[in-house]
Ligand binder design. Structure first.
Ligand code: AKG
Ligand code: FE2
Length: 338
């Protein structure tokens, strides 16, 4: 299924028909089950030392959770230094995949933010990413809990998103929608299979584009709204989009279903930075081909769990065979020589 998020965020267009439908969508009725949507309660703000159980509960109940100080000031400053250098070579108003052809009609700047820079392939460009993020104890503890029903997990894509002054809001979307199970889950419960760790490397504020989320949208019943030919189920009035401000080092963990967007940067001089780190079940294919892109000499230095996270090890699934295997030479460790 072609989805707006695939068009707007990361992937080139595949289905002209569905894209055309989306572009002309009217605002449809929206079906959110469960308690009435209310903006009076804050989203949970937990911390690096909070129990994984409490973090998972918050994601299940609210669709997202803030994990305060998940990264230390020195980790963030190291990351930012590397990003300063890497972002200097990135053009604004383009998707993270610099090879993606421009969208028809010259709409790239409005879709990707005319003053927004996106940088992918972070394992290759950042030692801080390889050592502090891909090997983060909290990230792995949380992922182990989140993906326990389906097995192992790996990195789909990591992107630095720097929203510059004047960039408009990104289109609303849900991150798990890039994978087929999202569209077939209907009203039934399915385990999380794609989550996003949005790690602030600058403070994010309502003025400079702090991520906006739609409360209750993780309960949209897609089997109902997909019958609506307008495909406008991610269109919400601005009043329903609540911005979640973060301090540098905080992480906004999004479950795969919650509808959200990077917001407009209304400042004249602030560059909002967020590292978007999408992690998926081992049963799904990642967006970036990390093990084919990262130089072997760098991969060799990774911790065991970071090797697995970036695709240099086999991955277990709970109901099928292990995936990403070497069937002949005694495992990837042996085949790779590290
Ligand atoms: O920039 C943001 O605040 C949100 C980014 C986002 O939605 C994504 O990376 O999927
Ligand atoms: Fe997103």
């Amino acid at each position: 299924m072609y989805t707006p998020v695939a068009l707007l965020c990361r992937t080139p267009a595949r289905s002209r028909l569905l894209r055309t439908k989306f572009m002309h969508a009217a605002i449809p009725s929206l079906s959110i089950s469960g308690p009435a949507v209310t903006t009076s309660r804050r989203f949970s703000r937990l911390s690096r030392t909070s129990s994984v159980t409490s973090i998972l509960k918050a994601v299940k109940d609210d669709g997202c959770v803030v994990i305060e100080s998940m990264f230390t000031p020195s980790q963030i400053s190291r990351l930012n230094k590397e990003m300063d250098a890497a972002l200097a070579n990135v053009s604004a108003g383009r998707p993270a995949n610099a090879n993606t052809p421009p969208l028809p009609g010259g709409i790239d700047p409005s879709v990707f933010g005319h003053n927004t820079k996106r940088l992918g392939n972070l394992p290759s460009s950042s030692a801080a990413f390889r050592e502090d993020v891909a090997d983060s104890e909290s990230l792995h503890d949380i992922c182990t809990g989140i993906f326990k029903e389906t097995g192992d997990y790996w990195l789909s894509t990591a992107q630095m998103i720097e929203i510059g002054p004047g960039s408009k809001a990104q289109p609303l979307h849900a991150d798990a929608s890039g994978w087929w199970p999202f569209w077939s889950m209907g009203g039934k419960w399915t385990p999380e299979f794609a989550v996003n760790f949005l790690i602030a490397t600058t403070d994010t504020t309502k003025a400079n584009g702090a991520t906006g989320v739609v409360r209750g949208s993780h309960r949209i019943k897609y089997h109902d709204v997909l019958d609506d030919a307008t495909l406008g189920f991610w269109q919400f009035p601005d009043e329903q989009v609540e911005q979640i401000e973060l301090k540098a080092g905080d992480c906004l963990l999004l479950g795969g279903r919650i509808v959200h967007r990077g917001e407009e940067n209304k400042t004249t001089d602030e560059f909002r930075r967020l590292l978007s780190c999408t992690v998926i079940s081992s049963t799904l294919t990642p967006e970036e081909a990390h093990p084919l892109l990262l130089e072997r000499e760098r991969a060799r230095e990774l911790s065991e769990r970071a090797k697995k996270f970036l695709g240099f090890r086999e991955l277990a699934t709970t109901i099928g065979p292990d995936v990403w295997q070497d069937h002949q030479q005694g495992g990837l460790k042996r085949a790779l020589g590290f």
